[in-house]
Design a protein around this ligand. Structure first.
Ligand code: SF4
Length: 159
């Protein structure tokens, strides 16, 4: 979904969004029933908890610099779910968050590649390509809407 603004090559070189520490473990992707089952076929040991109709990884408490690697991440080939990866991953580093009684699209600061682009470019891409799709998906999958984190600059409020 981000191919026009973010190349597969850049993502393949980084993969930071597939590894979590104790500060951003809340950012693990939300799975639907279908994507959860797909991953369980490939990685049967993966454990999930439910979240408002969706599924999150069950992650034991992380201490100090301990990391949690997404079970779908393959060191050589990247995400084993390919185009079937969760919606959260397909729009990352864009995020949808709740601010008061409104939803807003924000950007995750740890994605160096997009975070350092001009805000005008990030917002234009949202207006032209992505914002409507994100809000529509969130209408039917409210579990992807995260609580606002003020480290994430707001790019757009819903109308
Ligand atoms: S599902 Fe795939 S893209 Fe999403 S965090 Fe896991 S490895 Fe990365």
């Amino acid at each position: 979904m981000l191919k026009k603004i973010l190349s597969n090559k850049k993502c393949a070189e980084c993969r930071l969004c597939c590894v979590f520490d104790r500060y951003d473990v809340w950012e693990t992707p939300v799975f639907t029933e279908e994507t959860k089952n797909l991953l369980l076929e490939k990685r049967p040991d993966t454990q999930f908890i439910t979240k408002e109709g969706g599924y999150l990884f069950r992650v034991n408490e992380l201490v100090e610099n301990e990391l949690f690697y997404c079970p779908a991440l393959d060191n050589k080939t990247g995400c084993i779910l390919g185009d079937d990866k969760p919606f959260d991953c397909r729009i990352w580093p864009y995020r949808i968050m709740k601010i008061g009684d409104k939803r807003a699209i924000t950007i995750a600061p740890i994605c160096d590649e997009l975070f350092n682009r001009p805000i005008s470019e990030l917002v234009k891409f949202l207006k032209d390509e992505l914002a409507e799709k994100i809000f529509e998906y969130a209408d039917t999958h409210p579990e992807i809407v995260k609580e606002y984190d003020d480290m994430y600059p707001v790019l757009m409020f819903e109308r």
